[in-house]
Design a protein around this ligand. Structure first.
Ligand code: SF4
Ligand code: SF4
Length: 202
């Protein structure tokens, strides 16, 4: 039998008298240190559903599904895949939609579905080609940020027009069936379709 080296004996004695580095979770709550990066917390009121965080998430923990028939966007955040890198917080366009909390041990669950969160947002859809433009909250956010400059965009003018009902609602909600016309400049259409109208008629 080999005798332990002096260094190993010293380490064994030190570890016997020093407190443990690991926490006693779940017997005692975990107390995180300052600036600990844990579970991202979503603030739905400040999240406009713009998709930026899904595009920058390196582990694809955030996914977006657009349903044109219901007009809804579903944002799914699977924290079982999250690596707590903080990219979603750093790139959030409102700066307040998602913030990394210091919670992490709360993600220890037996059922993985319990760490999946979903949000729903209303879509703005092109009335000509059915393409998704973005969410209504996203457009409103950009509008507030730009102020009067937002009306340089025809889409914004048309959305305002729809809200103020300057033109009869039936007229703006008519489906475009027979190709784009000049009148469709006053309809909710995507930038590609707007470009076609402008090229054709201006
Ligand atoms: S912290 Fe990183 S991995 Fe987690 S959801 Fe945000 S971007 Fe994705
Ligand atoms: S980047 Fe921010 S505002 Fe956009 S979807 Fe993500 S959390 Fe919401």
């Amino acid at each position: 039998m080999k005798y332990p080296k002096i260094r190993e004996l010293k380490e064994a004695v030190i570890s016997l008298v020093t407190p443990a580095y690991t926490t006693s979770f779940p017997r005692k709550p975990h107390i995180p240190f300052e600036n600990y990066r844990g579970k991202p917390e979503v603030d739905d009121k400040n999240c406009v559903g713009c998709e930026t965080c899904a595009n920058v998430c390196p582990s694809r923990a955030i996914t977006i599904e657009d349903d044109r028939t219901t007009g809804k966007r579903v944002i799914t955040r699977n924290f079982g895949k999250c690596i707590f890198c903080g990219m979603c917080q750093q790139h959030c366009i409102t700066g307040k939609g998602v913030t990394l909390s210091d919670k992490i041990f709360d993600l220890a669950v037996f059922d993985r579905n319990k760490v999946i969160e979903k949000q729903e947002k209303n879509l703005v859809i092109c009335k000509n080609c059915n393409a998704v433009i973005t969410t209504d909250e996203h457009i409103r956010y950009m509008h507030n940020k730009l102020g009067p400059l937002a009306f340089a965009s025809i889409l914004n003018l048309n959305l305002l027009n729809e809200k103020l009902e300057l033109v009869k609602k039936e007229e703006t909600e008519v489906e475009i069936r027979d190709g784009l016309k000049r009148k469709d400049m006053f309809n909710i259409i995507c930038p590609n379709c707007m470009r076609s109208v402008l090229i054709q008629y201006i």
